[in-house]
Design a protein around this ligand. Structure first.
Ligand code: NI
Ligand code: MN
Length: 228
């Protein structure tokens, strides 16, 4: 499985025909070196919640690539209104088998309102995704505070987890360390930091303090290969 991290919460996963992006915040993300123009093919787009730094370029990417967008019901509805044709609505706690594997939407302690010119549109509950593809289990936490619900993920046998560490809107390093202790993934990648001054954090501090999981501090725009 090939994983690319474009900074913030932007994660790309390639495994066979599964060519997905999670929370495609490309425009306005100073850490991301690619834009919509550089992405030509996608099979799936996952959106964890309605905030602009997560919905990001979903509409443009979905229209360009024809990818299926997987999001909560409210965001799926919003995207359809914006002209996205292929959406699949799920909700927190729901599990669904797709042709590529199994997806479960996990809870997140956060907001999900969608900012528009005239105010904020209801974006349902924020979430994260547990994606099981070809025997690899990937967990993307979305934006979340530390929650004891994460303890339930321990039983999932997660291969690689993406957790926010930037603080202010989400867990900081200290809480993210506790989350890793709950989740017990084989590997963990810190995300949602250093995009803006308000979410500045030191991923190496996180790496030093996590005990039982391997911490992979990915460079921005770096691609890694993980193997079973
Ligand atoms: Ni958010
Ligand atoms: Mn965010």
């Amino acid at each position: 499985m090939e994983i690319t991290y474009h900074g913030h919460s932007v994660v790309r996963i390639k495994e066979g025909d599964f060519n997905a992006i999670i929370d495609p915040f490309l425009s306005g993300n100073g850490l991301c070196e690619i834009g919509v123009e550089e992405i030509h093919e996608l099979s799936h787009i996952f959106v964890t919640h309605g905030h602009g730094d997560h919905i990001g370029d979903t509409v443009a990417l979905a229209k360009k690539t024809g990818a299926l967008v997987i999001a909560n019901h409210e965001i799926a509805h919003y995207l359809m209104k914006k002209g996205v044709e292929k959406v699949h609505a799920m909700h927190i706690g729901g599990r669904k088998t797709f042709d590529f594997g199994v997806v479960k939407m996990t809870p997140a302690l956060h907001g999900s309102g969608i900012s528009e010119e005239n105010g904020i549109i209801e974006g349902g509950n924020p979430g994260g995704f547990l994606i099981d593809v070809n025997g690899y289990k990937v967990y993307h936490a979305g934006d979340t505070g530390l929650t004891y619900d994460m303890k339930l993920l321990e039983d999932e046998g997660i291969d690689i987890a993406f957790v926010p560490i930037g603080g202010n809107f989400t867990m900081d390093v200290e809480d993210a360390i506790k989350s890793v202790d709950f989740i017990k993934p084989k590997s963990v990648v810190p995300m949602h930091y250093n995009t803006f001054p308000v979410v500045n954090a030191d991923p190496d501090d996180f790496k030093r303090k996590v005990v039982d999981s391997e911490v992979i501090v990915m460079d921005f725009n770096e691609t890694i290969e993980i193997n079973k």
